[in-house]
Design a protein around this ligand. Structure first.
Ligand code: BTN
Length: 254
């Protein structure tokens, strides 16, 4: 791929005009042995998936709908950090390409001026103690000019926020370059520590009151991100500190 400065990320690309979801294609390719950094991109998804069973609108030609194949040698419990790395890489790429300020709503929604422009859905194939592969799926509303009425209040695109068309190709390259750097650091240091400071700087959840929607919902103040990528909160009802896991909850309030 011309102009892409990475060693592995996106060095093999599968492009689809239309597919159900790039996460499914990436999973199939991974099961067939696709190598680390293999990228799947689609112009349109007919069954784009969001977190917690939601639909992800993926219209033709205006967004970046992409999934990667990663093969880190880590335990399944360490994998949630990868999804945070993808969020950070995407936020940095957007800022570099558009000059906009991209805030991360923990764990990895990206908001611009308070509205969501990016969603990330990470899926994984693993045993109890060993990860086979991880598929981060990144959806970026790039040049979308308008949204369906039911999401227009909460969703936005880079185009709507910065007022100019953004090159999807260049943005994909930037995401891959930022991600490769963070991923290498993660593998080399065995953790999230080295990147935590940058993540904190982008994280708009910290210091806010959040509504933690688990089995027993509660209100809390978001205090910090742990080295494992989890959210440390102080409960409003009893003042106790608690760690919230990204897989378990939805955070409302920012
Ligand atoms: C969310 O915020 O709920 C996550 C949305 C993730 C969307 C991306 S688009 C590429 C990949 N394919 C999918 O079907 N979902 C992810």
């Amino acid at each position: 791929e011309q102009g892409l400065k990475t060693k592995t990320m996106g060095q093999t690309i599968y492009f689809y005009e239309e597919t159900d979801t790039t996460n499914n294609r990436a999973r199939e390719l991974a099961l067939e042995g696709a190598s680390e950094g293999t990228l799947v991109v689609a112009e349109k998804q007919t069954a784009g998936r969001g977190r917690r069973g939601k639909v992800w609108e993926s219209p033709l030609g205006t967004g970046i709908w992409m999934s990667l194949v990663l093969r880190p040698q880590i335990a399944p419990t360490e994998a949630s950090v990868l999804t945070l790395l993808c969020g950070l890489a995407t936020a940095e790429a957007i800022e570099a390409e558009t000059g906009l300020s991209a805030g991360i709503k923990w764990p990895n929604d990206i908001l611009i001026n308070g509205k969501k422009a990016v969603g990330i859905l990470t899926e994984m194939d693993c045993e109890m103690s060993e990860v086979h592969f991880v598929i981060p799926g990144i959806g970026i509303n790039v040049n979308t000019a308008s949204f369906p009425p039911e999401i227009a209040e909460i969703a936005t695109s880079l185009y709507l926020e910065c007022g100019k068309t953004v090159s999807r190709r260049r943005l994909v390259h930037r995401v891959l370059e930022r991600l490769e750097e963070h991923y290498e650091t993660f593998l080399r240091t065995g953790g999230f520590d080295a990147i935590l400071e940058d993540y904190r700087k982008h994280c708009i959840t910290l210091g806010k009151e959040v509504h933690v929607l688990g089995r027993e919902p509660f209100f809390a103040e978001a205090l910090d991100i742990t080295p494992e990528g989890e959210l440390l909160v102080r409960r409003a009802d009893n003042g106790k500190e608690e760690v919230v896991f990204s897989g378990e909850v939805s955070i409302r309030g920012v």
